[in-house]
Design a protein around this ligand. Sequence first.
Ligand SMILES: [Zn+2]
Length: 119
Amino acid sequence: MRPNPNRGRVYRRCGYRDSHGRQLGTRCPRLSNTRHGSGAYAVDMPSLNGKRKTRRRSGYATKTEASTALAKTLECERAGVHLDDTETVAQYLTGWLQERSRTLKPTPSSATATTPPRT
Ligand SMILES: [Zn+2]
């Protein structure tokens, strides 16, 4: 089944902690005030080992910003760029280019060298 490109959800959460030191997150009673808390998104992402995991990001000023970031994440997925929690797109591409330069012969003349490796 193909992943739904319009999936994911955007919400507001609060970074304040309760008396147990746990973040209030979406439980904060003050979230009805739109200037309280921050925008966040969560979306299930397929990972390289085949297990789905939920990607969560928060700290956006507004829900609109969070949904923009969510859209970019899904765009990367459609483009075939794998993102995980420790890699940005830039880091991914840099790593891929370094990997290519190691595996390419010094004088690449074949057109097949321009396609990314399939994993
Ligand atoms: Zn709060």
